[in-house]
Design a protein around this ligand. Structure first.
Ligand code: FAD
Length: 565
């Protein structure tokens, strides 16, 4: 018989958005809750993310007159996820996601708004919408966290306007696509920042958090309101199982092993295994590297996955990640995801033959999936290379390179040349520097330049749907995602086959209970977020497709535990 040092009704492992949402809901159900987090910072990848959540049929869109329905969303999700995912889970997601966000909006500090122009990613599938299902966090005043703010994982300043001013994804999109009124909007943001005298007395950083940081700050404050303890530096190591039921966990804290009792249930919300090189090599397509992942180094190493497998848990989708191409920048702890820039007109992506192999504006998951598929043929597509000319460089950002009109080459860090970007007066010279076939690149550019003139990419249909055009430049005609590459100097940047977390994990049912290989739920054990195999199958149906399910199944797990008292 194990002697526990502490006992709670529910122990939540991990402190990302799904974990904290689960803890909030469990506490509201009258359960005693403990959150344990292995690192010295709470928030996980969720804190450095965009914080977007994909919630079909949500009340924000409905209040603005938007038309969506369970059936429409089901048609779409079923088409995207295919037959790989149990329909009961798909239905549970679509039924509870809108309830989850309505609950948090009315009962906690979490605040969202609808990004009504952000299209679903697969516009060709039935039931897709051109906007209204992705939600974007409102700004959150971090002074409400007091000293607890110090312990939050902070996003890179590069996600802030001018490295210090908080802005939402809706603001960023308006500026990037130079929508009508974007300059005035920027001025407004800057003024509001300047006039925050209380904040300015404290320092340069905006005290408002945006994106994932806003979500995590709001959830952390909601846990403080409920006096739910969150233990940092407390690493989950083993499950405690009695008579086939999970009754607790063993953790390592300050070098000491502790046994904690979970009377009603353990919820794993502790991410996937993307930071574990050995597990990547075991499960993911090759080549693969933990340091291509845009997630916090060292956090998500798959301890929960391995512990559950050891007691017979089933897994699924283990060879999938939430893929996103990344660029490494010297001195930064993790690479940057390249989400939007691929759609800007005038940049193309080629493999070692100098050939395009995918619609550059495709969703990030499909983009890296295409890198792997192409690489299988003759090992020429990982890494891939994004190529652009001086006109692109002047007007648009690409990863860490801000547009030359605000940051000319002379102001870029010297060590970036030939490590973050390559530059040459001619395409031929550029191709030789990066080891790409010069004739292939020349032919590709000539072909793309013709597509730019006609507006039709007859190879990959770039700019052919409303999702591609979301990040296009509406001032560029006839196709906002296509412009010719004609003006030297020319630039190249290396794209790795990165990710923003793994997608496979513990197989769960519609209640978020972990399933045994025999198909039965393991009593007392729940998994959400990237610890579980995604409810989206191998798809990424819209912005917020990872955090939406993490929070929704956190909500479901907490209520299921409470209901089974
Ligand atoms: P995490 O948020 O990473 O939380 C897991 C936590 O568990 C970590 O704090 C970790 O330290 C802790 N942990 C791990 N192992 C243990 C252990 N043994 N014991 C105790 N604690 C442990 N997704 C979206 O849906 N919308 C977006 O807008 C979005 N934008 C993104 C932007 C970027 C730049 C990146 C990198 C990702 C983005 N994502 C987005 C992806 C999303 O952030 C992740 O998929 C999501 O955060 C995963 O949530 P999680 O709760 O599973 O893991």
């Amino acid at each position: 018989q194990v002697q526990p040092q502490s006992a709670y009704d529910v122990i939540v492992v991990g402190s990302g958005a799904g974990a904290m949402a689960a803890a909030v809901v469990a506490a509201d159900q009258g359960l005693s809750v403990l959150v344990v987090e292995k690192s010295d910072k709470y928030g996980g990848t969720s804190a450095i993310s965009g914080g977007g959540i994909w919630i079909p049929n949500n009340h924000y869109f409905a209040e603005k007159g938007g038309a969506d329905s369970f059936d429409k969303a089901f048609t779409y999700l079923k088409a995207a996820a295919g037959d790989k995912v149990d329909e009961a889970r798909l239905r549970a997601y679509l039924e509870y996601a809108p309830r989850m966000i309505h609950y948090l909006e009315t009962r906690s500090r979490v605040r969202y708004a609808v990004a009504d122009k952000y299209p679903d990613y697969y516009q060709h599938l039935p039931g897709s919408l051109p906007g209204g299902r992705s939600l974007d966090p409102e700004l959150f005043d971090t002074s409400l966290l007091g000293d607890e703010y110090e312990h939050m994982r902070k996003p890179s300043p590069t996600t802030l306007l001018m490295g210090r001013i908080a802005w939402t994804a809706r603001h960023a999109h308006k500026a990037m696509s130079r929508e009508f009124g974007w300059r005035l909007m920027l001025l407004g943001l800057m003024l509001r920042y300047k006039l925050d005298f209380k904040g300015r007395r404290k320092g340069k950083m905006d005290r408002r958090a945006a994106l994932g940081a806003s979500l995590i700050a709001a959830l952390r404050r909601s846990l403080m309101d409920r006096k739910v303890p969150l233990w940092l530096n407390t690493e989950f190591r083993e499950l405690v199982v009695e008579d086939g039921r999970v009754t607790g966990i063993e953790v390592l804290q300050g070098g000491r092993k502790l046994t904690l009792q979970a009377r009603r249930g353990v919820i794993f919300g502790c991410g996937g295994f993307e930071q574990n090189q050995a597990l990547r090599e075991k499960y993911l397509p090759q080549p693969t590297r933990a340091d291509w992942s845009a997630t916090p180094p060292g956090n998500n190493t798959g301890a929960a996955l391995e512990a559950a497998q050891a007691i017979g848990a089933a897994t699924d989708l283990m060879d999938w990640a939430w893929w996103a191409p990344t660029i490494k920048v010297p001195g930064e702890e993790k690479p940057r995801g390249i989400f939007a820039e691929r759609a800007f007109p005038g940049a193309i992506v080629v493999n070692g033959h100098g050939k395009r192999f995918v619609n550059e504006a495709a969703p990030y998951l499909e983009f890296v999936d295409a890198m792997y598929r192409e690489h299988q043929k003759d090992s020429q597509s990982i890494p891939a290379w994004v190529i652009f000319d001086a006109r692109f460089r002047f007007n648009y950002a690409m990863g860490p390179l801000m547009p030359a009109q605000v940051m000319p080459d002379s102001r870029l860090r010297k060590e970036w040349l030939n490590s973050v970007y390559w530059k040459a007066d001619s395409l031929d010279g550029l191709a030789r520097q990066i080891g790409v076939d010069p004739a292939g690149l020349d032919a590709t550019v000539k072909r793309v330049n013709e597509f730019a003139r006609t507006g039709v990419d007859s190879d990959f249909a770039r700019g052919g749907n409303v999702f591609d055009r979301y990040y296009g430049d509406s001032n560029v005609k006839p196709n906002p995602c296509l412009a010719p590459l004609t003006k030297g100097p020319y630039y190249a940047m290396r794209l790795d086959a990165g990710d923003i977390g793994t997608k496979g994990g513990l197989l769960t049912d519609a209640n978020a209970q972990v399933l045994h290989e025999n198909g039965q739920p393991i009593p007392g054990l729940y998994a959400i977020g990237n610890t579980s195999a995604s409810v989206m199958g191998t798809s990424y149906p819209g912005a917020g497709g990872t955090l939406g399910p993490a929070m929704t199944f956190g909500y479901i797990a907490a209520r299921h535990i409470a209901a089974s008292l």
